[in-house]
Write a protein that binds this ligand. Structure first.
Ligand code: NAP
Length: 259
């Protein structure tokens, strides 16, 4: 429906889950897509699916938490695909790797979460701005979370990073509003991915109920979302048609959050 022909997109964390679905959807809409994550096999699979569908894709393997990695990745992408028009900051880590109450929170895990979920999106956004400014066109789409608006029990770093990401989204949106660049966030609810499976396992144990029971009660609509439920919003926000939408944070959450 929305054409991204002649656009170049960079999607972080696109080897699996939500990032993979977004990369495939952007490619389907005609964008040339650069993808990055640490696991080469997962990236290769995404590239091969895009190429089989007649699209163009490039993978760069990187740990975005390594100092200098975000700008290295961007430079490699721009050298091969051209200037990035659409940046999707999706890579992140969840609370599930080390969930604890704040009094027992692991400081290193706090730092890593803030780094990957907030600082890396800041660094990449900053790095794509010069070419977006030059073209007077750009789209930055941050994959936040409903935990950007509500707490995450035993996941203080996650909730803080995602609340921060919304602050970054809204501030940058205002700063570049006159430049043809829009900056928005998507706030998914529970999506059926590896990250969310781990969180459900933790919640099932904590509450003494089965994984299936936790899953069924996750949303008012029932069950969890799939990554493909998130991707169409990213395509829309990346399109020309969404030119007047900026600084927004859209919930896609099966009715979990009603504001
Ligand atoms: P996922 O299935 O775990 O995928 C995360 C992606 O990020 C993977 O491709 C992973 O690849 C990459 N990644 C993680 N650490 C990285 C690093 N240090 N450097 C480069 N890439 C890295 O997670 P997901 O559920 O799709 O989550 C994607 C985004 O959606 C996250 O920002 C998450 O907070 C957000 N979100 C998810 C949910 C949910 O319920 N699933 C809800 C709200 C928001 P490698 O491990 O290979 O590096």
């Amino acid at each position: 429906m929305f054409s991204l022909k002649d656009r170049v997109a960079l999607v972080t964390g696109a080897g699996r889950g939500i990032g993979r679905a977004i990369a495939l959807a952007l490619a389907d809409a005609g964008a040339r897509v650069g993808i990055t994550a640490r696991t080469a096999e997962e990236l290769d699979d995404v590239v091969s699916v895009i190429r089989k569908g007649g699209g163009e894709a490039l993978a760069v393997v990187a740990d975005l938490g390594r100092k200098g990695a975000p700008t290295d990745v961007l430079q490699q992408m721009q050298a091969k695909l051209g200037a990035v028009d659409v940046l999707v900051n999706n890579a992140g880590i969840g609370s599930s790797s080390d969930p604890r109450p704040i009094a027992q929170f692991n400081d290193d895990f706090w730092d890593l979460t803030i780094l990957l979920n907030l600082t890396v999106p800041y660094q990449l956004s900053k790095a794509v701005l010069p070419t977006m400014h030059a073209k007077k066109w750009g789209r930055i789409i941050n994959i936040a979370s409903i935990n950007g608006k509500t707490p995450s029990l035993h996941g203080a770093a996650y909730a803080a990073s995602k609340h921060g990401l919304l602050g970054l989204t809204r501030t940058l949106a205002l700063e570049v509003a006159k430049e043809g660049i829009t900056v928005n966030a998507i706030c998914p609810g529970p999506v059926h991915t590896l990250m969310n499976d781990r969180r459900l396992e933790y919640d099932a144990k904590r509450r003494g109920i089965s994984f299936a029971e936790v899953e069924q009660g996750m949303t008012p609509i029932g069950g969890r979302l799939e990554p493909e439920d998130i991707a169409p919003m990213a395509v829309y926000l990346a399109s020309n048609e969404a030119r007047m939408i900026t600084g927004q944070a859209y919930n896609i959450c099966g009715g979990v959050l009603l504001y």
